[in-house]
Design a protein around this ligand. Sequence first.
Ligand SMILES: NC(=O)c1ccc[n+]([C@@H]2O[C@H](COP(=O)([O-])OP(=O)(O)OC[C@H]3O[C@@H](n4cnc5c(N)ncnc54)[C@H](O)[C@@H]3O)[C@@H](O)[C@H]2O)c1
Length: 347
Amino acid sequence: MPLRETYFGPWILGEDALEALDHWLAEHRSDYSQVCILTDENVHEAAVPRVLAELAHLGESAVLEIPPGEDSKCPEMLAQLWLALLENGMDRQSLLISMGGGVVTDLGGFLADTYMRGIDHILLPTSLLGMVDASIGGKTAIDVGGYKNLAGSFARSAGIFAWTPVLESLPELEWRAGWAECIKHAFLQGGSLWASCQTVQTFTDLLPHLPALAEAKVAVVEADPFEHTDTRKALNLGHTLGHALESALAGGASHGDCVAAGLWMESILAEEMGHLHPTHGQALRRLIDRWWTTRLPLPSNLNVYLHGDKKNQSGQIRFALPQGPGQGIVLATVSDEILQKALAQYV
Ligand SMILES: NC(=O)c1ccc[n+]([C@@H]2O[C@H](COP(=O)([O-])OP(=O)(O)OC[C@H]3O[C@@H](n4cnc5c(N)ncnc54)[C@H](O)[C@@H]3O)[C@@H](O)[C@H]2O)c1
C-alpha cells in the first residue's frame, strides 16, 4: 500500500491507512528516541485504544491528552505541551503523532514544528473534516486573543495516515461539519464527484467518495503550496458568509451549518452577478436544503462581521464566488443591494 507523495508529506486515506502506518513504524521507529501521541479526551476514549491495538511496531509511547474543542488551540496550551514533551524525554530525535480532529492536528503540527526548532510529526486525522480538509496542505495553527489561526506555519509531515474506520465513533454533528466541506470540494472538482455527492443519502454512502473528496483539496493546495497566488482562495467558497454568520451567532450554530448556509447564499450572489448559471446554483442549493432542513437565523450584526473578514480589500467585502462545478471561483466584491437580496432569499 504505497503512500502518495505530496509536498506536505506522504499521504494515505482509506481502510488500509493504519496498516500503512504500522509498516512505516516497522521501518522508521528505530530512528526515534521517543514517541508521544497527542489527542483530545473524546478521541482518547473513542478511538485511541482501538488504533494502538493495530500498531504492533509502535513500541513505547506516551499519550498526552488535551480538552476537546477550539479553545485548546491556544498559546497557553502550546506552552504546556512544550513542557510536557520535555517531561516525557522528547528530544530532537523524537516523533510526535497527532491523533484527532482538526484542532489536534493544527495544534500538534505547530507544536512539533516549534519544539526544539522542529521534530518529526505524523498526522492521524479522526474526524471527517480532519480527513478531507485540515490534515491536507501542511498548515498548522493556533488561535490568539480571539483571532483564529493567528500564529502558525507551513510544515511538512513525516506522514498523514487517514484511517476511515475510526469515523464510526464520530458524532452526527461532526459528520455534518465535514459534509459541508465535502460539498464545497465536490463542487470545486465538478464532474462525476459532484454528480455522486448529489446522490448521497447517508453518511455511509459518503465513505467510498472520501479519497476523491480529499484529492480535490490536495489538487488545490498542490497548485499553490505556500499560498503565493489566489489559487487556494477557491477553498474559501461559502466561507465569507459562513464565517461571518458563525461569529455573529456566537456559538449558536456549528461551523459546518454556517458553511452550508454560506454556500447557499453565495451561490445566489454568484448568480445575481452573472458568474454562475442558475441550473448549477439551484443544484447546489437543492443538495444543501436536503441535508439542512431548517434555516439559520441571520442576526442584524452580520454585516459587522462581514466587514471584518480578512479577505477584504479597502473596506470592500470580497467573496470567493463559484463559477460552476469544476470551473473555479472568481474573487469579487458584491454590492449591498445584491447581498441583501441573497440574505432575503435565504430567510
Ligand atoms: N490546517 C488546515 O488547513 C485546516 C483546514 C480546515 C480546518 N482546520 C481547523 O480544524 C479545526 C476543526 O476541525 P474538526 O472539525 O475536526 O474539529 P475538532 O478537532 O474539534 O473535532 C470535532 C469533535 O469531534 C471529536 N472527534 C474527532 N474524531 C472523533 C472520532 N473518531 N470519534 C469521536 N469523536 C471524535 C473531537 O473530540 C471534537 O469534539 C478548526 O480549528 C479549524 O481551524 C484546519
